[in-house]
Structure formats: structure tokens, C-alpha cells
Design a protein around this ligand. Sequence first.
Ligand SMILES: Cc1cc2nc3c(=O)[nH]c(=O)nc-3n(C[C@H](O)[C@H](O)[C@H](O)COP(=O)(O)O)c2cc1C
Length: 253
Amino acid sequence: MKILGILASHQEHGLNAQMLDEVLKNVDSGVKTETIFLENYDITPHKYHEDNPVLDELAQKLMDSDVWVFAAPTYWRELSGVLKNFFDCMRPKFVYFKQNGDTIPGPFKNKHYLSISSCYVSTLENFVTGVTDDSFKTIDRVMSAAGVIKVGEIVLPNTFGMKAIPYNKKKLCQKYAKKISVRKRKDDSTVKRYIQLFFMIAIMALITMGIQLPLSGWIGNNFWLNYASFTIIFFVLLACILHFVTFVKHRRR
Ligand SMILES: Cc1cc2nc3c(=O)[nH]c(=O)nc-3n(C[C@H](O)[C@H](O)[C@H](O)COP(=O)(O)O)c2cc1C
């Protein structure tokens, strides 16, 4: 079992480096770790008929690891350029191309990853506006194309003037260290997702019927009015929940 830390900050010993280090030094004994600082590599796109030993070396490190931990600060409300460039250049290694240009997950399918990011804005501002969301979203988009499975996110807002990571984030890093130390099956969240789906539907049905109650004078015992109002209210609730799960699900504090 091996965990690879991928540091994509301008600073080799900054806060993202500290969070990454806190994760890696707390993994279970027997789990191997390695950190690569992407700024140390001259990462350029692969050109046809030309060798690219840097990309080959990095791809081999990815292949030799079971879990990848990306630590990348938020720059300009987006993913740090060095990690974005790494993802752009690794694209032909992350995915296979179909004849029509579509992509399918490549050789790293079913590996796992953890994302770490940080930003200057306050915890409250990040909670409300989601400054770090786009960093996580870009990582998720690339990893999803590559078929790599997400373990979680760690975010550190309020970093202006901060020199060392606070105690609560150290604890969170240690918690994730334990989580990623265990060899995972392909995707062990299926049962969890069905349970979440069951409770989502149960709660939405309850809210829908609750909204229908004050309308009962108008709906009466008419089956089709009951059915139509239930469907419309349920649909609106479902759309809101799906929007939340899809766009606002990232850790913000
Ligand atoms: C080029 C650049 C752009 C940045 N853009 C933002 C930003 O849009 N929002 C923000 O809150 N912080 C921004 N920051 C602050 C970084 O997110 C902050 O410095 C980071 O927490 C430092 O992480 P590190 O110690 O690992 O380098 C930016 C920093 C740099 C260098």
C-alpha cells in the first residue's frame, strides 16, 4: 500500500505542504508514502513521436500508488496553475480515447484520491461564497474522467498571515490519514448512497405531503389533482437537492 502526496503550491513549505505532511506522517505503519513537489518538474505536454520522460516518471509514480493526495492552494478562485497544467499534460495518460473523441477512464481507474486546498478569505466568506469550490470541482472533474474515486476534502480558509495550520485542521488531516491507510475496494460507497437516497426520498415525500395539506381544500379528493400537485412539488424539491448535491457539496470550512 502506497500513498502519493502531490504538492501543487508555489511554496514548498507553506500551509498546503503542512497539511499534506500532517496527512502523510499519520498514515498507518507499513503504509509507504512519497511526496512530489510539482514545481520541481518541468511538466510539458506530450508531443507526438517525442519522448516525455518527465510525464512518464510522474505517471509511473501515480501507477505505483494506491491513493493520491492533491494539495493545491486556491489561486484567483481556481485551482493552482501548476496542478491544472499537470492535469492538462497528463490527459492522454489519464483517459483512453474512443474513435469519436469521447474519453473513458484509463489505467488509473479505481485508485483513490483526497483533495486539499486553502484560501485567504475568511471562513465565513468561504462558507457563503465558496471561493475554494472551483479548485475542488476541477480536481473532481479530472479524476472522474480518469475513474479515480474520491475519499474526501480538506479546506483551510483564512490563511492570510497564518504560519502554521490550526489544531482542528491537524486533527482532520489525522482523521483522513487513517481513512486512506485502509486499502479500499473499488467503490465502497454504494450501500451508503442507497441509504442516503432512501432518506432523501422519505424526507422529500414528507415535505411534499406537508405542503399539500394546506392545499387540500382546493385539491379535495380528486386523484389527478393530488397526483399533479405531488409530482410538481416533489420535482421542485428534487431539483433543489440535486443542485445542492452537484454544485454546493464541497467542503468550505
Ligand atoms: C497567485 C495567487 C492567487 C491567489 N488568489 C486567491 C484568491 O482568489 N482567493 C483567496 O482567498 N486567496 C487567494 N490567494 C491566497 C492563497 O490561496 C493562499 O496564499 C494559500 O492559502 C497559501 O497556501 P500555501 O501556504 O500552501 O502556499 C492567492 C495566492 C496567490 C499566490
